[in-house]
Design a protein around this ligand. Structure first.
Ligand code: ACO
Length: 385
């Protein structure tokens, strides 16, 4: 049966695949200069902040638009610390999850449920207090789940530790050495915000409907999980483990590319130059990780870039943030399946800052679709079909 499709009577709308190049929001939080390989938070180049500011200073900067003075930072830190202790009901819920739940799914469930245990504090008008509930709670949710799946009790947070220290302390039960928490803190700064990436866009869309901040961050976590976005670093680790030795690099990469696989940790929708975060993480990985593992990572990166250039000339595929995230997060003691959740620890600052920015000047985000189906079908009763 032939059928008509929809015809446009008005001027055609642009419909780039994957919304590439579409401006869908205005933001003063951060910007990715893709051609130049630059990332700016609130006017500061990422290199100004990484390794120099604390994660709390950067989170404050994203929320408030300026770096805090000492008193503002102390107050911010204290409010964050107060939110690290989870409601007992939420702890019990997290500890009721099957031990084989992927941590990213446990986080999604935990953030969603957080709203149910904080009904007097989280409503449909997101504010900075609610943002700090999320920012303080996310590391504790993850640490509680990670210990639960090993049959261990949760560890109470300590007020004298910063976010990176507290996260590692609550995960492993020991005060972390500076060799561990400092690279993690730099990682958290680098990943805190990144323009209108897929998960941040998700958070803004949800916030634009008048929904609550837990729903917005829950949705964002769901979007972050996919390997085309934040789910790549554990796959980078898997790739490097499979490659195993420098002698296997070429054969492994050739086989992967011949069979149409994408190399995890390479390529980016916006960057058409090296991702500035990858550059910092490469340096951190060199200092923090096992020298043999770093050497394998570096050889793999070099050959992958050469092969991608040969096979995909002109696509400008460079190392992205995820490639060396794997080495850095492994070096600070995290297992592979905690890499993407740890990305979420950092990006919760960006998500919640974007939610606040969205609701401060809200208009429902509601794009159009291009309809490609038929329009002239007639109903047939079920017995006549
Ligand atoms: N390996 C091999 N080929 C690649 C890769 C890769 N990693 N990335 C892109 N390409 C190729 C595509 O096959 C395509 O080739 P074609 O033109 O011959 O069909 C071309 O480069 C352009 O790719 P697109 O899919 O149009 O690029 P897009 O902007 O949609 O994708 C993405 C960006 C998803 C990051 C992609 O580069 C990718 O899949 N990378 C691997 C996964 C990854 O590292 N994810 C983390 C991203 S960083 C982050 O979100 C935090």
């Amino acid at each position: 049966m032939s059928s008509a499709t929809a015809t446009e009577t008005s001027a055609p709308l642009p419909k780039p695949s994957g919304l590439e190049g579409i401006v869908a929001a205005s933001t003063a939080l951060s910007h990715v200069f893709g051609e130049e390989g630059r990332l700016v938070y609130r006017g500061y180049e990422i290199h100004e902040l990484a390794g120099r500011a604390s994660f709390e200073e950067v989170a404050f900067l994203l929320y408030h638009g300026h770096l805090p003075v000492a008193k503002e930072l102390a107050d911010f830190q204290q409010r964050l610390n107060a939110n690290r202790t989870l409601p007992q009901g939420l702890v019990d819920l997290i500890r009721s999850l099957p031990a084989d739940t992927p941590p990213m799914d446990a986080l999604r469930t935990g953030v969603s449920a957080l709203g149910n245990f904080k009904t007097s504090e989280i409503d449909i008008e997101p504010d900075i207090d609610e943002a700090l509930i999320l920012l303080g709670s996310v590391p504790s949710i993850l640490a509680t789940f990670h210990r639960h799946r090993q049959g261990l009790d949760p560890i109470a947070p300590r007020d004298d530790l910063n976010t990176a220290q507290s996260y590692l302390y609550q995960l492993f039960g020991e005060e972390p050495s500076s060799d561990h928490w400092q690279p993690l803190e730099t990682y958290l700064i680098l990943l805190a915000d990144h323009g209108l990436n897929a998960s941040t866009f998700t958070a803004r869309v949800i916030a634009s409907t008048g929904s609550d901040i837990c729903s917005a961050v829950t949705g964002a976590i769901g979007a972050l999980k996919g390997p085309l976005h934040g789910g790549a670093p554990s796959l980078v680790l898997d790739m490097l483990n499979e490659i195993g030795t420098a002698e296997n690099v070429d054969a492994w990469l050739t086989n992967a590319l011949d069979s149409g696989q994408r190399l995890m940790g390479f390529g980016h929708r916006v960057y058409k130059a090296e991702d500035p975060r990858a550059e910092v993480l490469r340096g951190l990985a060199e200092r923090a990780s096992d020298p043999a593992f770093f050497a394998l990572s570096h050889t793999t990166e070099k050959r992958a870039l050469e092969m991608l250039e040969e096979r995909k000339p002109g696509r400008r595929l460079y190392t992205n943030v995820e490639f060396y995230s794997a080495a850095v997060l492994a070096a600070v003691g995290l297992p592979g399946d905690m890499f993407t959740p740890t990305f979420a620890v950092s990006r919760t600052a960006g998500y919640t800052a974007h939610v606040l920015e969205q609701v401060a000047n809200n208009r429902l985000i509601r794009p159009q679709s291009e309809f490609v189906g038929p329009t002239d079908l007639h109903f047939t009763p079920i017995n006549d079909r």
